[in-house]
Design a protein around this ligand. Structure first.
Ligand SMILES: [Zn+2]
Length: 344
């Protein structure tokens, strides 16, 4: 029986983004309620804040201080969409701290985890918060695992409908962190083209799969079986992290893809099975987007079922257009990965 934890702190609810903002505490309240009645065994854990030294592996010290000062001065905005309220600095450190604790337990005791956190993180770049994100939680956790836990290689998969530009930036020249993202093409923040494959020693260790409007379960199945899982086996990560955004689900108001709740269950299960096979720690799932609270809540529960190893019947039809969606990604990465030789 695998140990499973969900990280949550009441302080996450106090990060106030203002009236009518889609990234509100309602999302976490709905997911917490759904988890409380879920038929899957797990432990609730309350995180401690990350230290500024841990956050500074990914963010400029001046930026970290500027968030603290903004919170102390009763708040302000980092960009049009990204607000800092008096509680936001503490909430952001707790969200990053949840990642640090979860990867530590993943490596030391073999635990899998879901991080029910906000603010989210994958858009936050070195010196700037953006896209509802303040500190890049998944990047801070990956950098911590590399620096302090002896983990040699980290795989980060991002299934949010938006490209995780901040995470990509953090590891763009780093061959020890494979960042792979599927996202809606020509959507916020505008990055994540198939030809963005990394630079310098990190060339080949960034993978972007920009998708057409309406892509869904067939694409997920094809991408995993033909491309992502073979690449993961070649990469051999010591730790698997997932940027779990649920705005890629059919019906999300900020989305445009059509993933079902079954798809999230199946992706979590496949990553859990892959981690076992490769003797990697994780998966650890970091909540990113997802803006229809009840859809989000249902799929968080399904993700946890996947992490718990519960089997799901997932046999979507894979169409020719699903194959075409991954062609430019495979062509951009082919020279770097021998497992892609046979993929057309
Ligand atoms: Zn998103």
């Amino acid at each position: 029986m695998v140990a499973l934890s969900v990280y949550f702190h009441e302080r996450f609810l106090d990060h106030d983004t203002g009236a009518w903002h889609p990234e509100s505490s309602v999302r976490l309240v709905a997911a917490r309620r759904a988890l409380a009645s879920a038929d899957v065994p797990f432990e609730w854990r309350e995180p401690s804040p990350a230290t500024t030294a841990q956050v500074a592996r990914v963010h400029a010290p001046e930026y970290i201080q500027s968030v603290e000062r903004l919170a102390d001065r009763s708040g302000g905005a980092l960009d049009m969409d990204t607000h800092v309220s008096p509680a936001s600095y503490e909430a952001a450190l707790l969200a990053a701290g949840a990642g640090v604790e979860a990867v530590k337990r993943a490596v030391s005791v073999g635990e899998r985890a879901f991080l029910l956190v906000r603010p989210p993180g994958h858009h936050a770049v070195r010196s700037r918060g953006m896209g509802f994100c303040i500190f890049n939680n998944v990047a801070v956790a990956a950098a911590y695992a590399r620096a302090e836990l002896g983990v040699e290689r980290v795989l980060i998969f991002d299934w949010d409908v938006h490209h995780g530009n901040g995470t990509q930036d953090a590891f763009y020249q780093d061959p020890t962190v494979l960042y792979a993202s599927m996202h809606l093409r020509n959507h916020y923040p505008g990055t994540g083209a198939a030809f963005e494959v990394g630079a310098g020693p990190g060339k080949g260790f960034t993978m972007n799969v920009p998708l057409s409007h309406g892509a869904g379960d067939g694409l997920v199945k094809h991408l995993f079986e033909a491309v992502l899982e073979p690449m993961a086996r070649e990469f051999r990560p010591g730790l698997v992290l997932i940027s779990s955004g649920y705005d890629s689900q059919q019906g999300d108001p900020l989305g445009g893809l059509r993933l079902s709740a079954d798809a999230f269950h199946w992706m979590a299960l496949r990553f859990a099975q892959m981690a076992d096979e490769l003797e990697a720690a994780g998966p650890v799932c970091f909540l990113e987007g997802g803006y229809e609270p009840e859809l989000l809540a249902g799929s968080v529960v399904r993700t946890l079922e996947g992490l718990a190893g519960r089997v799901v019947n997932f046999i979507p039809e894979v169409s020719d257009s699903d194959h075409a969606e991954v062609t430019s990604t495979v062509n951009a990465l082919r020279e770097h990965w021998s497992v892609l030789d046979e993929v057309h």
